[in-house]
Design a protein around this ligand. Sequence first.
Ligand code: IPM
Ligand code: MG
Length: 373
Amino acid sequence: MNLKIAVLAGDGIGPEVVLQAKKALHAIGVMFDHDFIFEEALVGAVAIDKTGTALPEQTLNLCLNTDAVLFGTVDNKDNQDTNLNSEKSPSQGVLKLRKELGLFANQRPIKTYSSLVPFSPLKREIIDGTDFIIFRELTGGIYFGDKTLNKDKTKATDLCQYTQEEISRITHLAFQAAQKRKKKVTLVDKANVLETSRLWRNVVQQISLDYPEVALQFLYVDNAAMQLVVNPKQFDILLTENLFGDILSDEASAITGTIGLLASASFGTTKALFEPLHGSFALAKDKNIANPIASIVSAAMLLEHFGLQTEANLVYQAVQKAIDYNVVTMDLNPGTNFGTHEVGTFISNFILNKDDLLYFNTNNVHIGQSTIV
Ligand code: IPM
Ligand code: MG
């Protein structure tokens, strides 16, 4: 398969983790005879510095003309004092990119790795075996509704608005995903208070009739926030609107114990974007300590999206091997000898089928010794 991939590495640790994801994809290309062509473009604070805007026209055009976007991270430290409508806010660049590419469905898989369960603040018996996906609506709701601020800056409003069509398109994707999994969709809303939530319920209920084998459950968002830490294993597909999805996905990331492993994919009708869930972690930039696994997992999600399931599974297997052998960065093993680059190399070498031949003595890896030979 030939794929042209736009690479928007962004700020902070973005470039170094995305580089590891590219290494994994390159290895997959070699092993399975695929041609992945990467084209880099600017986004975020680095784009503001160089071009004056967080999402330059050239970057947007590249994304519109490639098969997929591999995204890194952008800084958000200037948000506090930036006019939010300004072109100079990295977050606004992200929102504009989502809107322009029509990325209405965001998927955030939350899955525990058994050996990493101790990193979670939650008890093993509560979280071990957790495996669900958050389907977050990404281009509507309060994020994109009209905003007002009166002249003396004492009153502000944000409009939350949804149309039947906006709800319907992501709902179908959620039910289709549930069909292939544990066959359960939980709609999270605030239908006891919000009119938009009542519209969500009606539309989702109606669509559920097309998927009789999938169970539909409704949950108020306050209760859902509690259920996530009390009994996360009950979820399969958690479907929700933009703002609730933003909040719940950060909460859910704590279940796995580290945000360094979580990735996300955003889909539209024609475009798709893949990125790690974590932020730009500017303090770690260029120190070779950032965990590259989330970015590598986002590359695996890209492969899955193009139907390359065997290839994606190999990436997941390589990630699992790195964790099993304790070839991990310091967030998962404070005394580690491995950095961003070494973890990425281990994973790409595993894909290339030469993990224990060239770089690593796997007999020693598990005890965290310096094993690069
Ligand atoms: C996310 C982020 C963004 C959001 C910010 C950077 C605008 O928090 O992707 O979850 O709120 O959607
Ligand atoms: Mg968020």
